[in-house]
Design a protein around this ligand. Sequence first.
Ligand code: NAD
Length: 421
Amino acid sequence: MSTPLALATRTPLEDAHAQLAAAVAHLGYGEGLHRMLATARRELTVSVPLRRDDGSVAVYVGHRVQHNLSRGPAKGGLRFSPAVDLDEVRALAMWMTWKCALVDVPYGGAKGGIAIDPRAHSTAELERVTRRYTSEILPIIGPDIDIPAPDIGTDEQTMAWMMDTYSVNVGHTVPGVVTGKPISLGGSLGRASSTSRGVAHVSILALRHRRIRVDQATAVVQGFGKVGRDAARFLAEAGIRVQAVSDVDGAVYSTTGLDVPALIRHAERTGSVVGFPDAEPLDPAELLLLDVDLLVPAAIEGVITAENASRVKARVIVEGANGPTTQDADAILAERDVFVVPDILANSGGVIVSYFEWVQANQAYRWTEDEVTLRLSERITAAWNAVLAYAERRSLTLRQAATALAVERVTEAHRLRGLYP
Ligand code: NAD
């Protein structure tokens, strides 16, 4: 299955559709099935009016897209970002379907978002926005219907407000309606760092696969939020020299390796990595092009493009973010033998532990952190082995293999259930 270079994709949704089309072609599926897999089952767009702290009223637009429900209730994050639009949410929902199938958790895929800049709002305003959005989408969420989780611009506090709003509306406490909750409300031990732990785990497997010594490896991480921060920390703990990190405000660099725990404290104190005293400032665009063993994009979509892919010097790319590599960049990287571990495998630690959190909520029984960490590493290693074997058997890239394997599993569920009526 080759990815045609002529296919100049630009948006995450075009990338997602191109990846699906390649998988469908490889699997030999017909047009009707392709259309089923390409189309979201449900899409809800709502307006979210907000009374601002100064008494004025603003109106935001929010979405919830449930891409596929064949394997179970829908599952996916909620994003607060000015860049959110319906097509972006559609792409992210489709990727969630493949991710859940790939790591074999019993969910379909969903995503939600509000086009809002959370940094421009007070905590009280964010609470009101979250509660209003939750009540607007209430009819289509629930522990057996669709279970949101944190994503860009949202966190465990956002999930606590969602859980409370849902619970007040249905008249009893329902911890299983969201994951990524605070521990004291039934959140899972190990959930907050689970995506990052998975990214680091897969990074080590990928470096070893490429015969790069982990204790001599160098890395850079783009994005220093919930995923990037702990990914950098776990990589450093594994003995990898993290030479540069960036956030939306800028980047910092040190040839000898950044002191990641000190950098985390600096970012917590100041709100950014910029100005970290023990490092040099760096042009954030240069971070992607540094000569390192491992590049972890952990910020937003579409950062590795046809424009810069030929200048990326990293040997291994592990996608902490969803959709950081465009389809045409992917083809360039494959041609240059850069080893790319795709998002739906690399950042699946989050949804794996979200599943554990949901199981614990449904059982009303808490697991220990060691149990969570062990089961996470077992599941993500199993997915890694399955994708690697599938790719080698069929001469595919890891992304092509991961997508095709996931599409196959979703299709099997769909076929067994049949088409109603
Ligand atoms: P976050 O809001 O906690 O952090 C995002 C980080 O990216 C911030 O440091 C921000 O400053 C930075 N950023 C934004 N634009 C940037 C740019 N242009 N250049 C460099 N940095 C930039 O979000 P998060 O939860 O860490 O999510 C990051 C990515 O990981 C997203 O693609 C998300 O969908 C994906 N993801 C998150 C989870 C999760 O559990 N949170 C799970 C799977 C995938």
